[in-house]
Design a binder for this molecule. Structure first.
Ligand code: PHE
Ligand code: FE
Length: 296
């Protein structure tokens, strides 16, 4: 294959052979990107750019413009870092892939965002099961230019370090919050619902599905509700949670979570597609195309 090799090893565990990524920060090997890699970036960038007009939130689009990423070639982390440091003090660090939870939280708590250095192949344009450079850079990095969202991400990292010390159930609650905000969040603007979650903005299919399909629920953000809700990792989400603003998100997540974790430990989790009487419902999903199992 013509792309730079991924340096992923495997290790035998009780779940069979699983990939082991190095947790180290790596320099972006920019010179090793092939013309195919740059083409993949250009294709995805232009495709999403068009789709996101009128679909992505104003802050996302403004941040993306301010940052000046362009389709012509894969951006250099060093160039983006000059902009980011000035805007919000965040910095990108290159990594091999997914990190152990505590390592990831520690980066965020210190305003470092880990970015996968390699990009998907042309065969994976529409879907791949793990984050790559396109998802991380195009999806996550623009909003780090936004001061409120930038602070939220750091607070999340600190909260993660804390939850890690509390226990597995707390981490599950906190991970759901990340999933339904940072990855799959929607935001309500005067002109309608818009996308800000990185998992959506970097996906052609889900950018359309999350806003225009009648299938999924679109429900007003509520911290404890979100922390109890299971999610999908291999299909579109059955439910999207809608914030009114990043300030709302920041305020809702400000309180100490320790007593909340304790309270939630006594409550059942909520299946990904359920609607509750207490929900603020923007759309009650038809459930069309949903699989019955597979909630995480
Ligand atoms: N307030 C949370 C805590 O005490 C920290 C946090 C902030 C978590 C923002 C997520 C997002 O754990
Ligand atoms: Fe992500």
């Amino acid at each position: 294959m013509d792309t730079a090799p991924k340096r992923v090893e495997h290790q035998m565990t009780d779940k069979g052979y699983v990939p082991v990524y190095t947790t180290a920060v790596v320099d972006q090997p920019w010179d090793t990107y092939t013309s195919i890699d740059h083409d993949v970036w250009a294709t995805l960038f232009e495709r999403q750019q068009k789709l996101l007009v009128g679909r992505a939130g104003d802050e996302f689009l403004a941040s993306q413009r301010a940052m000046g990423m362009a389709p012509d070639r894969i951006p250099k982390f060093d160039d983006l870092n000059r902009m980011l440091r000035k805007a919000t003090g965040w910095e990108l660090v290159g990594v091999e892939g997914l990190l152990p939870e505590l390592t990831f939280f520690d980066h965020l708590a210190n305003r470092r965002f880990p970015v996968t250095w390699w990009i998907r192949t042309p065969e994976q344009l529409d879907y791949l099961s793990e984050p790559d450079l396109f998802h991380d850079l195009f999806g996550h990095v623009p909003l780090l230019m936004n001061p409120v969202f930038a602070d939220y991400m750091q607070a999340y990292g600190r909260g993660g370090v804390k939850a890690h010390g509390i226990g597995e159930a707390a981490l599950v609650n906190l991970t759901r919050l990340y999933w339904y905000t940072v990855e799959f969040g929607l935001i309500r603007q005067p002109d309608g619902l818009r996308i800000y979650g990185a998992g959506i903005v970097s996906s052609k299919g889900e950018s359309i599905h999350c806003l225009e399909s009648a299938a999924p629920n679109r429900i007003g953000f509520d911290l404890e509700r979100v922390m109890r809700t299971r999610y999908r990792i291999d299909t579109y989400q059955k439910t999207y949670f809608v914030i009114d603003s990043y300030e709302q998100l920041m305020e809702a997540t400000g309180p100490d979570f320790a007593p909340i974790y304790e309270k939630l430990a006594a409550l059942d989790s909520i299946p990904a597609g359920n609607v509750l009487d207490t929900d603020t419902v923007f759309n009650a999903g038809t459930g069309e195309g949903w699989l019955d199992d597979g909630d995480v």
